[in-house]
Design a protein around this ligand. Sequence first.
Ligand code: SAH
Length: 227
Amino acid sequence: MPVKQVARSRPEVRGLGMTSQRARDRLIERLQGEGIRDRRVLDTLRQLPRHLFIDEALASRAYEDTALPIGRGQTISQPYVVARMTEVLIEHALPARVLEIGTGSGYQCAVLATLVEQVYTVERIDELLRNARRRFRKLGLDNIRSRHDDGRLGWPEEAPFDAIMVTAAGTDLENTLLDQLAPGGVLVAPVGPPGRQELLRVRSTDQGWQREILAAVSFVPLLGGVV
Ligand code: SAH
């Protein structure tokens, strides 16, 4: 299945120099070298303008494989991590409805929105959520619903989801989220204290929850309350 294309008529979406298509192509080569294999994931990272998800002052670094600050003490995840988490989320089956916790810049959400039918995303910092929504509109991504709330609660009114991706690290995996997974669904989340976080994949099977540890990772913390 081909990935959904974003609106590219505006010059700032296409980019120039350090934000050009060539810069994106080089990032994709690097991700392939690091083991990212899923064609759909590579195709969508190749087309998405990551430079529009960060402050203009940092735009020249958008296609380095590194996390970058997005304000309010938060970061846009490293492209490799975005690619890998997306890959493991869609590996066994392409989910139709996906819940993301931690909208942040909106980049991971945009990646998901080009691959699946409908994305739901929750962010606790209102200012970040507003910026992300502007980016979704600019790119013509109209299959994203977003909510300003504590994502540890999930989005019960819209549950169950075929897949859930958490992009901030809790000390434990919340049952509240697992309970919002559809049968056969998959959840990917970083879990653990700073310095000892692991990326987990949990699959809901006929025999119960199947947990796998995928990698050591470093994410900002999953915090309570909204601001
Ligand atoms: N997916 C984002 C990553 C942003 S970093 C991106 O691609 O840019 C993680 C985000 O999770 C931050 O924006 C942080 O504010 C948010 N977050 C932390 N705890 C949260 C919670 N309980 N509910 C919702 N969002 C939360």
